[in-house]
Ligand binder design. Sequence first.
Ligand SMILES: [Zn+2]
Length: 465
Amino acid sequence: MNFIIQNVLIPVESGYTTVDVQVVDGKIAAIAPQIDAIAPIIDGKNKLLLPGFFNAHTHSSEMWQRGIMSVLPLELWLAELYDFAPLDPEQVYLSALGTAVETLLSGGTSVVDHLVLIPGLELETIATAVRAYREVGIRAFIAPLIQDESITAGIPSGESAQIHEPYFRSTAATLEIIEEAVRQFHRPEEGVNILVAPTGIQLCSDALFTGCIELSNRYNLCRHSHLLETKAQEKLALEKYGCTAVEHLWHIGFLGDRTSLAHCVWLTDADIAILAQTQSTVVHNPLSNLRLGSGIAPILKYLQAGVNVTFGCDGASSNDSQDLLEAIKIGSILHNVTDLDYQHWITPRQSVEMASLGGATGLNLADKLGSLTVGKQADLVLYDLTNLSLLPRTDPIGLLVLGRPTNVVDHVWVNGKQIVADGNVTTINVDNLRQELFNRSQWETSRKSQTAAQLELHYRTVMGL
Ligand SMILES: [Zn+2]
């Protein structure tokens, strides 16, 4: 659809300027003080236009367990999560819708869903998420979460001799599922992308990583993985490889300019240099890292080393929301306490660029997305600057990033198609979604995870607790 956003504020180097923005065939066709053309007109007065942000790492089906997960570190938390993971594709559908809606209404136009697959229904799970994201119209990067080692393998052995049960599905069978998913669902031009996404070094063999690299090369797919989220994973990598996880992934060829890595909390300076050299992207998930006590990722060091960094919410059971503006705020100001030199701190303008162009770069799409540039796809968000939470009038981007913006997203377009109007998602019925989420759940206060209980003693021993 073709249209013009008139009299809208956009950021420029020296501050802000008021322009008209013309969208033709899904792309930004012109940005100029005044554009005369016959096209539907959107009133941009007292509104700020920004490129859509990327929710560059999440797990949509975790939405079913938000608010109830025990206060535990990742390794035990994961055991609890999997004990209660939803096994019904309809739940996957609803939580994908919910994740998309919350992302859109906090400034995101793209979502990277590191999608937890229902055992035995793997392709159906992927198909269901694809259906949900297509219905909403958000740009979707579906990264089916795969592993080929069982959960106990994710905890370092320490002094003990650990024997792990084999994973229930072979590495080859897992790779076949991903290849079939690529054939059936990978349609970048329609806004649906499949990524290869081994969960991380903690639960994946080299054969799985290598298989993913081959698929990535054959089908031109981006690569996604968790990386060194916890201290335990740092220890595990040394046990498993005799070198750091980053060095190992570099040796086997997993890193590169199409690779985005969630968390990156426990990296050495040499590791950081490798990420910079390979042009890999770090996805910063500050709320999840705080919630699970994983640590503070050295984001200022990444930026100084020239590593591309963007933001993710991570799954809603370790956050426990999908508010991208909240993740951007915390993920920016958190680092002020890690470096006395305030000249290294992240400014609100930098945060916006990391969330937009940084996200596009991590998915190898910087030439198509991530900035207000003529010729790029029109993934756009219009913020209402008359909203109470953005008043009184000072610096719009400062208010958006550092404030606590509430219901400020007015209109959203993805590929030039409007999917949010006047603060409401127009493509699906959000009232129905609320009703379904309500009806399929109940108030709960406590649960007992058997697997977490089984792993706890070993975890405490090996971590010296
Ligand atoms: Zn994650």
